[in-house]
Write a protein that binds this ligand. Structure first.
Ligand code: C5P
Length: 268
């Protein structure tokens, strides 16, 4: 792909008006890892859809968060969670396929369409700053990230060692800002979508979040061992103010993402 002849041919095609989906990075038939692999079929499908389907989000700015945050304990350890970033990235790609300019603030690097501008962060604090910096200009915001509720009060400069005679380690934690709630309190024209990952009382807990966080939509999904996090499918219930809960059948995250984007576009 990096070869000058290939680059010049690709440029020529683009000059002729041909739309080019860049290849993905990965292990190549030549026996080494580089940019040059065929992108995932999902990504190809969305790329084609981008130029064929109706584009309800044309001209709109969409801001999406994805993945689980990492809260540093010391130089080699952090507090994290099982979020893979698949749902948030699928939402970003679905919004791009619907014609939007998308900013994705993510803790995981997954393939995105060319219209998605990806910003990589690790901690909740970094995600907070990146989301708020892009909030004012956004028309639709989807907080799909699993943001850690707490972070260590101080980060140890050196690797924490076992202490002889003490078999417990006490970590002092402080609450992180709630990004979604902050945006809910600040919003003017933005349509705000949050997620609620719940192990119990799914709809009741998600309904409370809809109100508490000032969101226009909460996507509730059951999580637990082998469910929700790091899977390719999801079974979600969509909650909106003054509307009956919409329970969707289990579907691929890419499909759920398209439904979320379609419903949000209809309400904007
Ligand atoms: O309260 P809970 O973490 O379950 O709420 C989930 C929703 O709130 C998600 O949309 C998540 O991205 C968002 N959230 C946030 N900032 C936090 C915690 C959660 O924006 N500190």
């Amino acid at each position: 792909m990096a070869n000058a002849a290939t680059q010049s041919n690709v440029r020529r095609l683009k000059d002729m008006g041909v739309r080019v989906l860049p290849p993905a990075e990965g292990f190549l038939a030549e026996g080494y890892t580089a940019v040059g692999r065929m992108p995932d079929l999902d990504v190809i499908q969305l790329f084609v859809d981008t130029y064929q389907a109706k584009q309800p989000l044309a001209g709109k700015q969409v801001l999406v968060s994805a993945g689980g945050t990492q809260e540093r304990i010391d130089p080699v350890r952090y507090i994290g969670n099982d979020s893979s970033g698949k749902m948030g990235t699928a939402v970003a790609n679905a919004a791009a396929a619907a014609g939007a300019d998308v900013t994705l603030v993510a803790t995981k690097m997954l393939p995105v369409l060319p219209a998605v501008d990806a910003v990589y962060v690790t901690s909740a604090a970094e995600m907070h700053d990146a989301m708020l910096a892009n909030f004012e200009g956004a028309d639709l915001v989807v907080m799909a990230a699993a943001v850690a509720d707490f972070r260590p009060t101080t980060v140890s400069g050196n690797k924490i060692k076992k202490q002889s005679g003490d078999d417990a380690l006490h970590l002092d934690l402080v609450q992180n800002p709630d990004i979604l709630a902050e945006m809910g309190a600040q919003k003017s024209h933005q349509y705000l979508v949050g997620f609620a990952a719940e192990t119990n009382d799914l709809v009741a807990n998600a309904q409370a979040k809809l109100e508490r966080k000032g969101a226009d939509m909460i996507v509730a999904n059951p999580v637990g061992y082998g469910q929700g996090f790091n899977t390719d499918t999801d079974t979600v219930t969509i909650l909106r103010p003054d509307q009956a809960p919409l329970a969707l059948d289990e579907a691929a995250k890419t499909e759920v993402a398209s439904t979320i984007v379609r419903l949000a576009a209809m309400a904007m």
